[in-house]
Design a protein around this ligand. Sequence first.
Ligand SMILES: Cc1cc2nc3c(=O)[nH]c(=O)nc-3n(C[C@H](O)[C@H](O)[C@H](O)COP(=O)(O)OP(=O)(O)OC[C@H]3O[C@@H](n4cnc5c(N)ncnc54)[C@H](O)[C@@H]3O)c2cc1C
Length: 503
Amino acid sequence: MMPCDKYDLAIIGGGINGVGIARDAAGRGLRVLLAEAGDLGAATSSASTKLIHGGLRYLEHGEFRLVAEALAEREVLLKIAPHIVWPLQFVLPYERHLRPAWMIRAGLFLYDHLGTRVFGLGGDRSSLPRSRRVSLGPEGYGAGLKPEFTSGFTYCDCFVDDARLVVLNARSASAHGATVRTHTRCTSARRQNGDWSITLKDQNGEQRVSAKALVNAAGPWVKSVLEREIGVPVRGGVRLVKGSHIVVSKIHDKNHAYILQIPDGRIVFLIPYEREFTLVGTTDMALAKVEPQTQISGEEIAYLCEAASCYTARGITATDVVWSYSGVRALYDDGIEDPSAITRDYHLIVDENEPPLVSVFGGKITTYRKLAEAVLAKLARWFPRRGPWTEFEPLPGGEFGTADFDGLLTDYKRRYPKLKVQWLARLLRRHGTLAEKILAGARDEDGLGEDFGGGLFEAEVRYLIANEWALEADDVLWRRTKSGLHMSRAQRGRLDAYMRGVA
Ligand SMILES: Cc1cc2nc3c(=O)[nH]c(=O)nc-3n(C[C@H](O)[C@H](O)[C@H](O)COP(=O)(O)OP(=O)(O)OC[C@H]3O[C@@H](n4cnc5c(N)ncnc54)[C@H](O)[C@@H]3O)c2cc1C
């Protein structure tokens, strides 16, 4: 075993919650170690619906605190990550028999205002357009829907590249001095002489490190890590709820998404995705345990196809599915039967025995930053250093302000006239101002090295390997970028061979 490194805070899990906590703690001057068993964000945090939202339906469950905090957070994330977070308009087709119009109006009014100072949070008003009633038609807000849907409501939330949000938080944590180790599993953590003695395992073998405090942000594995790796009995329970999405060729050419009310009382989103596709999700299925690789079932595919087809002019069937993904929510067990109704709010369990241990249950991508602040507040007794700061520093590449993505693109179009505008826009959406590091010196596509297809060039792959912990083809194809969706099997195979050669 290699010699022991000493840290203030060790974090188990490199999903959004782990990296968010690592960033916050490192920026406050703590010596931080984050260990992720696989690739960053490879579990739940790249398998979400990708919405930065309050969650309209959570209002019906009375989760006002969660919705208000999440709506206020929407504004913060738009500000600190304007390259990977952008406004998305939703259309709710109106169906008289489901809910009266006054009830929808009242809910949307609340949604427009909950995250603002009126409720003690955020600014005076949201920067996003307010909700309103609209007519639906095939060339407008009803594009792609059956003609019987003639009226509806619009409201705004935001879309996020969830996997990139994870990586950019990890990069920021690392820039603030955190040690981020991927493909490194925590196999044991024990209290020893006033510190945590932690065993990590990677391809080179085992290593022992020590830390003054430990955070268990293992997502769906939070309970099993507590019981097995840390050996601490668990007070609260965890409910595992699997959710899956399918991707089909796009159902319309517009920019808006649909929120559909399904006969079983659930909702399903149809979201414009990667220019050529529509993302359809999600399901909610209670699970007894987490499999290492969560996959969509035939039953879930049938459910999503049927749900979408109730509304879409073009019927959607299993043969239309070009890609799918699944994730598992680890929700704090609040004793409610229906998986859709269990709280999505996060819950922190603090074990204040010396040295301290904080375990993270549940949560949303949207509120990861507030969750990180809450964890640091719990640990303030042990680390009374700087206060919250992450609201004010943009994530890497996001230093160009909310309204200026178009301005950034215009600037790049001028400076790189020989590169395709659509490709430049995609690159800027992934990297923001850091795109410069990939493009440097390239006058045209030939200057970007090998063309792997799907808009992926060698210059970006090399950059991802050097700066973003990308090791395997899947890291690049499905998480650092979504190029995999736009490539043939042979092209993906070529990238795999390339990355094996570079590694
Ligand atoms: C279907 C679905 C849709 C969702 N949609 C939204 C949405 O639209 N908006 C929103 O805000 N939220 C959404 N969420 C919620 C959000 O995705 C999760 O709350 C969030 O991703 C949880 O992040 P996490 O870091 O806790 O867990 P994870 O991302 O699962 O990360 C935990 C990590 O811990 C690692 N790990 C486990 N054991 C060990 C060990 N022993 N050593 C080292 N590492 C270990 C795992 O490898 C994993 O990478 C959705 C969730 C699901 C399932």
